[in-house]
Design a protein around this ligand. Structure first.
Ligand SMILES: C[S@@+](CC[C@H](N)C(=O)[O-])C[C@H]1O[C@@H](n2cnc3c(N)ncnc32)[C@H](O)[C@@H]1O
Length: 340
């Protein structure tokens, strides 16, 4: 059971360090999924994923997590931190005052055996010249401030037996969308004073907005905030997905993240298309993490661009690919809708 042996009070210590709390939870034989006041937490026996937003202090969870893992007799083998650009960077508390500060914080607290380390900022692809491992086309309108991708990876040396073919076919995609279609964003506001629970209204939003049709076979845990805002997690076998929506005009934002197989069009192309049609954003960034090599990562990026093509006039397409030592590959692409 590994990390799943942590009891609720121990998880609460981790979340207290971040400054968020649990609002809803589900689990299956493979993992537990928690909707948080500020996004989501997934606990697998050998992996924990925490996703937060706003002015939470996500990295402050790491010392507490390392200490709990140690108590359970578990040694950390990989740490990955990813984020977009902060919309309100000056509002961020330590250690999130800058990416440099975040990296220094992690470098200080991670154990020395995680010796393969790399930090990089992947800029919006339309605003930079091609990197050596990428292709990019120019655009007249660069995506907004929220579209640089920041990645820090620290890993120990992989052992041969760890590199199984099943893990190398898996991907994690993180999609950030801004300037959501106003009409669609209204679907994430509650009726004033409805007196109903966040879970009940969340389930209605899941059905009414089409979110429930992204993966019809998944078990959904959803929550509607008051007066607006929505979060959901799904569990489907060993795979999770998660959506978070900030629908307020002026800074509307939605994120989608899921795990899938590169061999399955449904997991990557279909999920991307369904999510984009639910929010119809003006800008999209897509970061895909895999254990494949650079050439295969380029092909993943091409699949992402091809999936968006029939969905409208997107510009600024291009991909940047970064390899992380003993930490796989990340492809990053940004797209702007020409109507906006
Ligand atoms: C979905 S929640 C948190 C998820 C976060 N936006 C993300 O991207 O991961 C954010 C939305 O819920 C609304 N909200 C209402 N009450 C909230 C609360 N107590 N905590 C966090 N968000 C709340 C916010 O105004 C915003 O529209």
């Amino acid at each position: 059971m590994g990390l799943r042996r942590l009891d609720f009070s121990e998880l609460k210590q981790v979340l207290d360090a971040v400054q968020c709390s649990v609002v809803s939870a589900i689990g299956n034989a493979h993992f537990d999924a928690y909707v948080l006041s500020e996004s989501s937490l997934f606990v697998y026996p050998k992996k924990m994923i925490i996703k937060t937003c706003g002015t939470t202090q996500l990295l402050k969870s790491v010392p507490c997590l390392l200490s709990h893992a140690d108590d359970l007799g578990l040694a950390v083998t990989r740490c990955r931190y990813t984020r977009g650009s902060f919309i309100f960077p000056k509002a961020q508390p330590f250690p999130h005052t800058s990416f440099r500060e975040e990296v220094m914080y992690l470098e200080d607290i991670l154990p020395a055996h995680l010796c393969f380390r790399k930090a990089c900022i992947m800029p919006p692809t339309c605003c930079t010249s091609s990197s050596s491992s990428s292709s990019s086309s120019s655009s007249s309108k660069p995506p907004g401030h929220s579209h640089s991708w920041h990645v820090y990876s620290a890993s120990h040396a992989p052992e041969e037996s760890e590199e199984s073919s099943s893990s190398s076919s898996l991907f994690t995609v993180e999609i950030c969308m801004t300037e959501l279609d106003r009409g669609l964003a209204r679907g994430f506001f509650r009726r004033r004073g409805d007196g109903r629970s966040g879970d009940a209204v969340g389930s209605e939003m899941t059905a009414a907005t089409g979110i429930g049709r992204i993966d019809k076979d998944a078990i959904v845990c959803d929550y509607a905030f008051d007066p607006c805002g929505y979060s959901m997690n799904t569990v489907h076998g060993a795979r999770y997905s998660t959506i978070h929506v900030t629908p307020e005009e002026g800074y509307s934002y939605a994120s989608f993240e899921c795990v899938g197989s590169l061999h399955n069009r449904k997991d990557l192309e279909q999920s991307l298309q369904r999510v984009v049609s639910i929010f119809r954003p003006a800008t999209i960034s897509v970061a895909v993490s895999t254990d494949v090599d650079g050439d295969a990562a380029d092909r993943v990026a091409a699949r992402v661009a091809a999936a968006l093509k029939p969905m409208g006039p997107w510009t600024g397409n291009g991909a940047r690919v970064e390899d992380f030592p003993a930490g796989g590959t990340v492809t990053f692409q940004t797209f702007t809708h020409r109507r906006k």
